[in-house]
Design a protein around this ligand. Structure first.
Ligand code: SD4
Length: 281
């Protein structure tokens, strides 16, 4: 069984890319990196969501977080608050494979990227699509991708520019193991998106994988994670969170809260958390 799942509707491009690569025999790690990078650097439509053209921070700089986790080796590679690089997921892959460390941040992450042959781009070239467009069209800004290849290897990856106007150096849940992503070849993988400052202490991706390990379907595991958060924060207001999961059998599922800050700002009705999926069945 081969399968691919991604967060939000723009994740469809990542799933299509993953399908192409998984069907041509690529392994999950490659397929996940290529899918993330395709969306990060998507020149086909002129609309960018993550990576190039993501939301600037409070100082007007694009500062990206990205991570990959391999469910077979349990190796983890992440870059956080990385400036000047349009495809942070590619740097995260290099951290996973070519660095003795798992996480590199800020200047250190950029220094590492340079040592790996990446080019630091000018800020103007990284503001390729107007954040205004992204805000008003209701696009979300975190891509989570999970891929399962024919050998049974499952990999999760994420890429985000984080919260728009964030404090320089701020990191959310997305590039943290157990937070924005988790993968284990014995069970499956999960990835989540939403309000990272609120999400972070709940470790939703780890919890979803553990629940699948206890026998829940991916859908039931995702719903259970969201319900537990809702119960735990009651009577405070629920925050924005969406989670996708894929088992090593290729079964998928997702759940989300019925709240999205962009819709509140723009006065749009939110119809639920969209995600994209493909499997070879
Ligand atoms: C963050 N979780 O940095 C990300 C933002 C996000 O859709 O997922 N937006 O907090």
């Amino acid at each position: 069984m081969k399968a691919s799942v991604a967060t939000w509707s723009f994740g469809l491009k990542a799933v299509q890319k993953s399908k192409e690569n998984l069907c041509s025999g690529k392994l999950s790690l490659d397929a996940t990196e290529y899918a993330l990078a395709r969306v990060e650097n998507d020149v086909s439509t002129g609309v960018y969501i993550v990576g190039r053209g993501g939301f600037p921070n409070a100082d007007g700089f694009l500062e990206c977080d990205a991570a990959l986790m391999d469910g077979n080796s349990l190796k983890f590679g992440a870059v956080m608050a990385l400036r000047g690089i349009a495809t942070p997921s590619r740097v995260a892959r290099r951290v996973l494979e070519n660095s003795p460390h798992s996480i590199l941040v800020g200047e250190g992450a950029q220094q590492f990227a340079l040592s790996q042959g990446f080019t630091v781009e000018k800020e103007e070239d990284l503001n390729a699509s107007s954040s205004e467009f992204v805000m008003t069209s209701g696009h979300s800004d975190t891509l989570g991708v999970i891929n399962l290849d024919a050998s049974g290897n499952i990999v999760a990856g994420v890429s985000t520019s984080g919260m728009p106007g964030k404090h320089p150096g701020r990191v959310g849940d997305s590039p943290l193991p157990g937070g924005g992503l988790y993968a284990d070849d014995r069970i499956g993988a999960a990835s989540c998106t939403g309000d990272g400052d609120q999400i972070l202490p709940f470790c939703p991706s780890l919890k979803a994988v553990l629940k699948m390990g206890q026998g829940m379907t991916p859908n039931a595991a995702c719903e259970s994670v969201i319900k537990e958060i809702a119960e735990r924060i009651f009577p405070k207001e629920m925050f924005e969170i969406g989670i996708v999961a894929l088992s090593v059998e290729g079964e998928y599922g997702a759940a989300g809260s019925l709240k999205r800050w962009r819709d509140i700002i723009t006065g749009t009705e939110y119809k639920g958390f969209p995600y994209a999926v493909w499997n070879s069945d």
